[in-house]
Write a protein that binds this ligand. Structure first.
Ligand SMILES: Nc1ncnc2c1ncn2[C@@H]1O[C@H](COP(=O)(O)OP(=O)(O)OP(=O)(O)O)[C@@H](O)[C@H]1O
Length: 331
């Protein structure tokens, strides 16, 4: 653990807002570290304080207590200009610069490094080109932002953050509003950037399945509790992943890696290969209200698909899950 390069560290961090001079505390006693080359996902229920934490780490919102260090320097001692060179942020806010081209937008990432009216140096243009190459959006270079899809726009905003060339990238729900393929692509792009560019990346997300696939580290935030930190795999195996599911009706299923109904469930006897049994259980579970015959003995094969159901002396064969469920639904 000691050999991991800490980019940002916070100790006894107290988060919140001032209302009429009074502290409104959102979270307290937070201990956290972000590492170079690691993708960290911050997860937690709506309203728990994830954006508040992000704003505090970015230096946009003062903490109510505790310390934050960026590369060993106290955050409070770093000027806004220096901070904008070190931390790049991608927020969910809609971009209103519709007529700006992709190249121009990414070039805005260089502003902290140039004077406001100063022109970009060759080095600045190289940083922009590099960001375009990493995010593979060269084909969009001259397109105006208003003509981009949400997924393309998200990649442009990531490229802008990359062009900024800070040590730390923070993204607040970068996969919100994206379809499944784009969610997957964006998160895998962030993982690649963490590894190849050796950036520390913090992503706020509600996308548990893709976060499990891509994150090196999870921070689980819960109301009035310390952050729970660890690799997704450790948190799954030790059951702490269920902290994300305080509703007793839901649980994280270790075998399928999915969140599912936690109500006790007894399956009929099933034999077959592991994957087929998993999906047969999935359809049985969904149809539990109309599927109460526990005397069944089920055998499943998938090449070709054949589901044998033995009910006492009777044997029935089904060639799809649909046939199987339809048959038992009408009994
Ligand atoms: N400017 C503000 N002043 C006072 N309270 C605020 C302010 N902004 C947010 N809050 C409160 O802080 C709490 C945490 O909000 P925050 O936006 O950080 O949650 P979140 O975990 O990011 O939620 P979500 O998943 O819905 O985005 C909420 O109770 C919210 O009402």
């Amino acid at each position: 653990m000691e050999d991991r390069n800490i980019v940002l560290k916070a100790s006894s961090l107290k988060l919140g807002y001032k209302r009429k001079g009074v502290d409104v505390v959102i979270a307290d006693r937070l201990e956290l570290e972000l590492y170079q080359g690691k993708l960290t996902c911050l997860l937690g229920p709506n309203g728990v304080g994830k954006s508040t934490l992000v704003k505090t780490i970015m230096g946009q919102l003062p903490s109510l207590g505790g310390e934050i260090w960026l590369q060993g320097m106290s955050l409070g001692k770093i000027s806004t200009k220096e901070l904008s060179k070190k931390i790049a942020v991608v927020l969910t806010d809609k971009v209103s610069l519709g007529n700006v081209t992709v190249y121009q937008m990414i070039a805005l990432g260089r502003i902290p490094h140039t004077a406001w009216h100063g022109s970009m140096s060759i080095g600045d243009h190289q940083k922009v080109e590099n960001a375009i190459e990493i995010t593979k959006i060269g084909y969009l270079r001259h397109t105006v932002l208003s003509e981009l899809s949400d997924g393309q726009l998200q990649k442009v905003m990531i490229a802008r953050a990359l062009a900024q060339d800070g040590e730390l990238l923070i993204l607040d729900e970068p996969t919100a509003h994206l379809d499944m393929i784009n969610r997957f692509e964006v998160m895998h792009l962030l993982r690649r950037i963490a590894k190849e560019e050796q950036k520390a990346i913090l992503v706020v997300t509600h996308d548990l399945d893709i976060a499990i696939d891509t994150a090196d580290e999870f921070w689980i935030m819960q109301c009035s509790q310390p952050l729970v930190c660890g690799t997704p795999e450790d948190l799954i195996i030790n059951g702490q992943i269920n902290l994300l599911l305080p509703d007793a009706k839901l649980q994280f299923d270790l075998t399928s890696g999915k969140v599912q109904d936690a109500s006790p469930f007894e399956f009929p006897a099933i034999s077959g290969d592991e994957t087929s049994v998993l999906w047969l259980k999935s359809i049985i579970r969904k149809n539990v209200a109309r599927f109460l015959n526990l005397e069944l003995e089920l055998t499943i094969e998938t090449s070709p698909f054949l589901l044998k159901a033995k009910d006492g002396d009777q044997i029935k064969y089904f060639h799809s899950f649909q046939q199987f469920i339809d048959f038992y639904a009408i009994r």
